[in-house]
Design a protein around this ligand. Structure first.
Ligand SMILES: Nc1nc2c(c(=O)[nH]1)N[C@H]1C(S)=C(S)[C@@H](COP(=O)(O)OP(=O)(O)OC[C@H]3O[C@@H](n4cnc5c(=O)[nH]c(N)nc54)[C@H](O)[C@@H]3O)O[C@H]1N2
Ligand SMILES: Nc1nc2c(c(=O)[nH]1)N[C@H]1C(S)=C(S)[C@@H](COP(=O)(O)OP(=O)(O)OC[C@H]3O[C@@H](n4cnc5c(=O)[nH]c(N)nc54)[C@H](O)[C@@H]3O)O[C@H]1N2
Ligand code: SF4
Ligand SMILES: [Mo]
Length: 686
């Protein structure tokens, strides 16, 4: 039997590994290594290896569905489009909103934001980056003028010291975790700060368990030690940065002495000194971070503190240094780059600058695109829906599942139920799709061409391996056909993703020099402004992307999380992920091999806390917060700090987000998924 091997990228994490899909009789039947892919060199983690298993799942969406009398009825594409077009015209402008997706291609994200702004005429467009790295995009842009990871993945292996703070790289970005191991083999020292003794923390020479939400105190304490002991890079600070004096005023305060920081974080003072000493003395030190830093009401503060430490020690713009903000979803970097955010068009061109709006109007040939004002974020949208009913009436969601991924699910459900009209475009019937008025069946990654951008800003090609099931269509085609129905056929004339990409490179300076031909099998790192530009693996080499080229220190004071433990809710709840599952489980829970490994959720609790509550390992317990309660099996382990409990959020039957707090960072409006107050109870025996 003839087999075909189609090279493409993994649909899961932002590492952006490449592999071959194995195709037999027109169907994907497996995954095979693609040895020459520069990101992963033929290696894959379990999610990559089993990424083919959900593709031909029996319950893929195959036909448009319209809800009639509370039940979904199969419909033709024309019926579905006609209904949507009529409703979207009725709710044009700020009564409507679109959610784009970090799971779809750059081309599809670009079209979604264009559709929102030019056809729905709404400034309200956002996507799950809000729940993820919104604090990075704002925080790093504030410090360096660009909100992206500064290094290439390969470069991590060249660091002398790697400080991993709030990232479980080995389980959440396994093929980046491999680069930490490579560095370690070459003699690098690893520092890890995490409330859990994760597989990543186990690689560390210095592991600092600490209380969730105290990162600023730790980073300020380390900076005070480095300044006091004259370990900072004076030349870098002088030549390449500004506002050092302002930073010093805050971090040198007694509040951030080793003793005080030890009290706030729970880390012994000598250990903080040891870590700061090692970090300060390194010639090339890198920081890797992810959700442990970003998902806080102080998310932007945390990110800026990381940037402060790297500027202070001159660890930027050289091999083995940098700030590696590890982006989560396979194409979340691309979704941001394409302008699926309420404040920018593609390439981070601000909507409030009149020339940028004019540029898009001219490029798109549409005069009355949405006003140049900043629209709603995902998180603000839910608040508006729940608390100001009638203001926002229509929602178009492509490839997101907020009914399991957003904080405080009771509040989310109340909000979504206040909508007058909701369209969900997905590959499966999700918890969110179940609430929709119209469901549109989309093609998955294996069924379309396109590009995606990984965490190191590398833009890579996808290749179609099989046809979509039934009548399902690629997202780019659905958006184009819907635009045509609404009178914009001429402005959405695309017959292939490549045509869309040509438009993207015309209007997006950082992608300006890219073509499908140039992307070839290795891709290109943005910025790549011209056709002869080789791309940029390392940012900020000679100067930063700020207007005057200088990096900006921001003094940051420690602030506790919005909700801290008290007598009623005495423990800190932090949430996150496991190796085997992906977010709301739509794909991994349909993969037999992955589901077998972790068939349901759990709550991790330290043996001392468990003993005080009389709780045994594997026992079903009740977890309660001010938002709600769930029953969940306990996992008693000393791999979590006393006083902190941890839950993965993948599982609908014990959904962590019933419990989480939707308190937001004031600048980035990212929710505090990583810290709230919780009580654990023994369930009384019947
Ligand atoms: N298998 C798998 N991989 C994934 C995903 C998935 O769902 N499954 N999702 C992808 C996505 S979108 C993302 S954004 C990334 C996320 O990747 P990570 O951020 O690495 O994953 P998380 O589990 O959310 O959290 C990371 C660590 O932060 C720690 N932590 C909790 N609170 C704090 C705190 O206050 N401070 C610090 N410093 N650390 C804290 C947790 O204990 C946890 O070990 O993973 C990506 N990769
Ligand atoms: N408690 C807690 N909650 C969290 C987090 C946490 O750490 N703790 N992390 C947050 C983070 S970092 C993130 S990124 C979010 C993720 O939140 P979501 O993005 O809502 O989660 P996913 O399950 O990845 O949803 C993606 C959807 O896209 C669909 N899909 C896949 N491929 C395609 C395609 O090609 N086309 C279309 N149309 N649809 C497709 C999938 O079936 C799925 O329904 O969750 C956040 N929620
Ligand atoms: S590391 Fe990420 S991109 Fe690579 S195979 Fe695993 S999930 Fe896929
Ligand atoms: Mo994420």
């Amino acid at each position: 039997m003839e087999m075909n091997y189609v090279p493409t990228t993994c649909p899961y994490c932002g590492t952006g590994c490449g592999f071959n899909l194995v195709v037999k009789d027109g169907k994907v039947v497996g995954v095979q290594p693609w040895h020459r892919n520069p990101v992963n060199e033929g290696k894959l983690c379990p999610k990559g290896n089993y990424a083919w298993e959900f593709i031909n799942a029996e319950d893929r969406l195959t036909t448009p569905l319209i809800k009639k009398d509370g039940k979904f009825v199969e419909a033709s594409w024309d019926e579905a489009y006609d209904l949507i077009a009529q409703k979207f015209k009725q709710y044009q402008g700020e009564e409507s909103m679109a959610l784009s997706s970090a799971r779809v291609s750059n081309e599809e994200n670009y079209l979604m934001q264009k559709f929102a702004r030019a056809v729905m005429k709404t400034p309200n467009v956002d996507h799950c980056a809000r729940l993820c790295h919104a604090s990075t995009v704002v925080g790093l842009a504030g410090a360096f003028g660009s909100g992206a990871m500064t290094q290439s993945i390969k470069d991590i292996a060249d660091a002398e010291v790697i400080f991993v703070i709030g990232s479980n790289t080995v389980e959440q970005h396994p093929l980046i975790g491999r680069r930490i191991m490579q560095a370690k083999k070459k003699g690098a020292k690893i520092i890890a700060a995490d409330p859990r003794f994760t597989p990543t923390a186990k690689l560390a020479d210095i592991y600092m368990p600490f209380d969730s939400g105290t990162d600023v105190a730790l980073l300020n304490g380390m900076m005070q030690y480095i300044i006091k002991n004259d370990l900072y890079d004076k030349e870098f600070v002088e030549k390449r940065t500004k506002d050092f004096e302002k930073l010093k005023e805050v971090v040198m305060k007694d509040d951030y002495s080793l003793e005080n920081v030890s009290k706030i974080t729970g880390i012994p003072a000598e250990q903080i000194a040891q870590a700061a000493d090692l970090f300060g003395k390194a010639k090339a030190a890198n920081i890797l971070y992810s959700m442990g830093i970003t998902q806080h009401t102080t998310g932007v503060d945390n990110v800026k503190s990381v940037a402060n430490l790297q500027m202070l020690t001159g660890n930027l713009g050289r091999p083995g240094t940098g700030v590696c903000a590890l982006r989560g979803q396979n194409n979340v970097q691309g979704a941001c780059d394409m302008g699926a955010l309420p404040n920018v068009y593609s390439g981070y061109q601000a909507v409030i600058v009149p020339e940028n709006r004019k540029k898009m109007q001219d490029a798109w040939g549409i005069e009355d695109i949405a006003e140049g004002k900043v629209g709603l974020t995902v998180t603000k949208m839910i608040n508006v829906l729940a608390d100001e009913p009638g203001k926002l009436k229509a929602l178009y969601i492509m490839g997101e599942n907020p009914m399991l991924s957003d904080p405080d699910l009771h509040h989310v459900e109340k909000g979504l139920k206040n909508l007058e009209f909701m369209v969900v475009q997905d590959i499966f019937m999700t918890e969110t799709a179940a609430l929709a008025d119209v469901v549109l069946p989309a093609a998955c990654f294996a069924e379309k061409d396109g590009t995606q951008t990984n965490t190191e800003r590398r833009v890579q090609l996808w290749h179609k391996a099989q046809d979509a099931p039934g009548q399902a269509k690629p997202d780019w085609r659905i958006i184009s056909e819907l635009a045509a129905k609404m009178g914009y056929a001429a402005q959405f004339p695309y017959t292939s993703p490549e045509e869309i990409f040509t438009e993207v490179s015309k209007v997006t300076p950082s992608y300006g020099g890219m073509t499908y031909e140039r992307l070839g099998s290795e891709g290109l790192h943005w910025p790549c402004p011209t056709v002869d530009h080789p791309g940029t693996p390392i940012l900020h080499k000679e100067k930063f992307a700020t207007p005057d080229g200088l990096g900006i220190f921001t003094p940051i004071e420690f602030k506790p999380p919005a909700e801290v433990p008290d007598a009623e809710y005495p423990l800190i709840l932090t949430t996150g992920r496991c190796l085997w599952h992906w977010h709301t489980g739509t794909m991994t829970r349909r993969s037999e091999s992955l589901e077998r490994e972790e068939p349901t959720g759990w709550i991790e609790i330290n043996p001392t806390d468990a003993k005080a509550l009389g709780i045994k390992d594997k026992e079903m317990v009740r977890a309660l917060t001010r938002r709600g309660q769930i029953n969940v099996p306990a996992r008693v382990t000393d791999e979590i700090k006393k006083g902190v409990v941890f839950m993965p959020f993948h599982f609908i039957e014990c959904a962590a987000n019933v419990l989480t707090n939707n308190a937001l960072d004031p600048v980035a409006s990212i929710p505090e998924f990583k810290a709230c107050a919780v009580r654990i109870e023994k369930i009384a025996e019947a």
